[in-house]
Design a protein around this ligand. Structure first.
Ligand code: ADP
Ligand code: ZN
Length: 347
């Protein structure tokens, strides 16, 4: 059973959530014309998109999440004579939804838009929360807006074509929600593994749980002054590893969560079995638990983190699985944990 549509009111706008087939977007835009923004992979896999809508297909990949691509989209919108009553619908992963939200927020000072996330990561994380933007050559996600889409439609049949690596990227975020908010979600994940879900067993309940956690967090703190920071669990060290070693986001966050558990053991006395449970969980979802790192190099990148606060950083730790806290801590504590992580090797 699909849930009924519901609306969540964020400070930056109300978002309608719907679960059902893609065709439902026609009813959402009223009599406004839809222009779809997607990437060329999705356009090729789902040719019906171009049969039903006017489509702007951008090249896939994080390297294209920049002002140049945004300008290309704006040029196409001008050619298509898009106006304030056109609805832009971003159909794709985080790249597509981020850039669609950004362009829709600035084109003619803002036009209506909605999202249809097609990756697990997009469904549980990237499409939700109103952060839209692009990378600058000097820094990721430097440029953007906080602006909410009018709707997010969940059509999980898109997951049938999702590449293996993208399943793991998404599950890293799902495991994160289990760790920071929801022990029972963590336990549900332990009952199965990535193949179980890839084979088509329903993942809808899990997605809906994650959507609900993210919404509750963003409603309470859209601008990330407090509670929303909890969503950065695993992402502080994770981002550094992503930049330094070119790991996919999910793989980097997986290792970042392992490091955060080591910090939690030192700081909060987190039970050692929690780290073992996390590692077992990551393995079930084809996520790595270890990487040979250069601690000095990682610390250099961490010290450049834009969320740094002098010699300290807001870092997310666990008291136990399902219970997380924000701690402002000295970089030395993270350095010590990285050394412990390195010395422990892959066990
Ligand atoms: P995210 O930020 O959500 O991880 P991206 O937007 O970078 O994702 O997309 C990751 C890759 O997956 C891209 O190459 C994209 O074209 C592809 N992709 C997205 N959704 C699907 C899907 N449903 N089926 C197949 N490939 C997809
Ligand atoms: Zn993430």
């Amino acid at each position: 059973m699909q849930p009924m549509p519901y609306t969540i009111k964020f400070p930056a706008g109300a978002v309608q959530y719907l679960y059902g087939p893609l065709s439902a977007i026609d009813g959402l835009s009223g009599d406004r014309e839809i222009i779809v923004i997607t990437d060329t992979n999705i356009a090729a896999l789902y040719p019906e998109l171009e049969k039903r809508y006017r489509v702007i297909a951008i090249p896939p990949g994080e390297v294209h999440k920049n002002q140049h691509t945004a300008d290309d989209i704006i040029e196409s919108l001008l050619e298509m004579e898009a106006h304030r009553k056109t609805t832009l619908v971003g159909i794709g992963g985080g790249l597509v939804t981020d850039i669609t939200g950004y362009v829709a927020s600035i084109y003619m000072r803002g036009i209506p838009y909605g999202f249809v996330p097609t990756t697990l990561l997009g469904m549980v994380d990237a499409a939700i929360g109103g952060k839209n933007g692009i990378n600058h050559r000097l820094q990721k996600n430097l440029i953007g807006t906080i602006n909410q889409p009018g709707f997010i439609l969940y059509d999980t049949t898109f997951l049938k074509t999702l590449p293996d690596e993208e399943w793991s990227n998404g599950f890293a975020e799902v495991i994160k929600y289990g760790c920071i908010f929801d022990k029972s979600l963590f336990d549900t994940l332990s009952e199965h593994n990535i193949d179980y879900y890839k084979q088509g067993n329903t993942i809808d309940g899990i997605i809906q749980m994650c959507v609900s956690w993210k919404n509750q967090t963003v409603v309470a703190d859209e601008k990330e002054k407090g509670r929303r920071k909890l969503l950065n669990f695993g992402h502080t060290a994770g981002h550094a590893l992503e930049i330094l070693y070119g790991l996919p986001h999910g793989q980097a966050v997986g290792i970042g969560m392992v490091i955060a558990c080591i910090v939690s053991e030192k700081l909060n006395g987190l039970d050692k079995n929690m780290l073992l449970a996390l590692k077992a969980q990551l393995k079930k979802y084809n996520l790595r638990t270890y990487l040979n790192i250069n601690t000095t190099e990682v610390m250099e990148v961490l010290r450049m983190d834009k969320k740094r606060n002098g010699d300290q950083i807001d870092y997310i730790t666990l008291n136990q699985i399902g219970e997380s806290i924000i701690t402002t801590m000295a970089f030395d504590i993270i350095e010590e944990a990285l050394t412990t992580f390195s010395n422990a090797g892959d066990n």
